[in-house]
Design a protein around this ligand. Structure first.
Ligand code: GDP
Ligand code: IMO
Ligand code: MG
Length: 425
């Protein structure tokens, strides 16, 4: 049975956690395929709210295997603290496992992330300061430590000593800082963390393929999103991995033919955290309203997100980059009070109308959105559970986005709760 990918189509925080949780009901396995604890995936179940950083969003459904795939960078301190918190909330995590091939986020990665951002000054990326970029950089440099190294004390120390020597020299000579010692790191990672994590370390590729071969349903949960993708996002204002659907292949160890559905998660407006171009960004009271009604503050960092009107040019590009089968449109309820809604259908770049995403960053900075205006519905839709219950203007808005994006919309979110979901058609 081929798998399903859940992928963000904007700049993150579209509601991937919610959709993964909703669909996990029918799944046997959920696999996170990239990113690290820079993610913050929220799930609301009645009065309870969960925010996951590394733990896959299928964990609230008993009986599902949750896998942290090889493409993820794992800060084991964050993972263990998430597992502990879940235990206090009576969530069973016995079926949560982590790939031995995933790379470890080390204490020096976090320090270097902070120091490098400071070094960039006004050009900073606005990272989540968790060491994600430095950990992926070490993976590419082939000096990263992997989760499996926790199982071999001698190898772990050997690899650490080689890489730490260079990190400490950089910290001292470039940043005038003292870094952590190998003994400190070994005490924590081998002494405290390894014994606790060891029972969860697996050959994730074998596990996933055994499930697929047995006809089990596997879902691949992306973190971040298409326009934060290292190759396809608004570089350099991106993350250091490949959130696009293709990233699920490398990050979980499956081939494209192991995937038959790719669901894009799209908010009814845009947000982004951190720096970078944003053609439809709003700096007025409509933007404030979106932030306020959508509670658009970083799940982990608390940072105010930047708001903007819906950008159909970007959805079109996301549909191409991910081969989207369909879309889950979230947060329709946030628009409830607005009299009119604007949708960017093209960009005006140096007087030319462009309907696809320009490849050149300078063009994106210059892009002036061409808007179409649609009437709002000015009705509370949070209790609607079918398309028929939605006001006509809301249905028209959904149809317009689907037509503009060139991709069908299968689900619509009308509130944070897992039940506040409308299945279309
Ligand atoms: P993710 O990173 O893509 O999983 O998204 P986040 O969890 O960072 O941000 C999405 C936020 O929107 C969370 O606070 C969710 O609880 C909330 N949310 C998700 N879907 C809806 C929806 O349909 N309506 C409203 N009002 N909130 C939603
Ligand atoms: P989820 O999975 C929104 C952004 C950061 C910064 C850039 C690089 O919850 O959608 P990094 O720490 O990854 O090196 O930061 O990427 N960013 C996110 N923005 N949602 C996320 O995750 C993000 N993860 C990283 O704000 O601009
Ligand atoms: Mg998030």
């Amino acid at each position: 049975m081929p798998g399903t990918v859940v992928v963000g189509t904007q700049w993150g925080d579209e509601g991937k956690g919610k959709l993964t949780d909703v669909l996990a009901e029918d799944m046997d396995m959920v696999v996170r395929y990239q990113g690290g604890h820079n993610a913050g995936h929220t799930i609301v179940v009645g009065e309870q709210k969960f925010a996951f950083r590394l733990v896959p969003s299928g964990v609230l459904h008993p009986g599902i295997v949750n896998v942290i795939g090889n493409g993820v960078v794992v800060d084991p301190r964050v993972l263990l603290s998430e597992i502990e918190t879940l235990a206090t909330r009576n969530v069973d995590t016995t079926q949560l496992v982590v790939s031995g091939n995933a790379h470890l986020v080390m204490p020096y990665h976090q320090e270097l992330d902070v120091l490098f951002e400071r070094h960039l000054g006004d050009n900073k990326l606005g990272t989540t300061k968790g060491g994600i970029g430095p950990a992926y950089a070490d993976k590419a440099l082939r000096v990263g430590l992997r989760v499996q190294d926790l199982l071999d004390q001698k190898i772990f120390r050997q690899k650490l000593e080689v890489v730490l020597k260079e990190k400490l020299a950089v910290m001292a000579k470039v940043y005038n800082r003292l870094g952590p010692t190998a003994d400190d790191i070994c005490d924590e990672y081998l002494g405290e963390i390894a014994p606790r994590l060891a029972p969860r370390i697996v050959d994730s590729v074998h596990l996933i393929h055994t499930a697929l071969e047995a006809g089990k349903k596997v879902m691949f949960e992306g973190a971040q999103a298409t326009f934060l993708d290292l190759d396809h996002g608004t570089y350099p204002f991106v993350t250091s991995s490949n959130p696009v659907a293709g990233g699920a292949c490398a990050g979980a160890g499956v081939g494209p033919r192991d995937i038959d559905r790719i669901i894009g998660i799209t908010k009814t407006y845009m947000t982004r955290v951190g720096s970078g171009p944003f053609p439809t960004e709003l700096f007025d009271e409509t933007g404030d309203l979106l932030i306020e009604r959508g509670v658009e503050f970083g799940t982990n960092t608390g940072r105010r997100r930047r708001p903007g009107w819906f950008d159909a040019v970007m959805l079109r590009q996301a549909a191409r980059l991910n081969s989207l089968s369909d879309v889950f449109l979230t947060k329709l309820d946030v628009l409830d009070t607005l009299p009119t809604l604007k949708v960017c259908v093209a960009y005006d770049i140096d007087g030319e109308r462009v309907t696809h995403m320009p490849y050149h960053q300078s063009d994106l900075h210059k892009a002036v959105p061409v808007y179409e205006e649609l009437p709002g519905w000015q009705t509370d839709i949070t209790s609607c559970r079918t398309m028929d219950e939605l006001p006509k203007a809301a249905r028209d808005y959904i149809l317009f986005l689907a037509e503009q994006g060139g991709v069908p919309i299968s689900y619509v979110g009308v509130g944070p709760d897992r039940l506040a979901t409308i299945q279309v058609g």
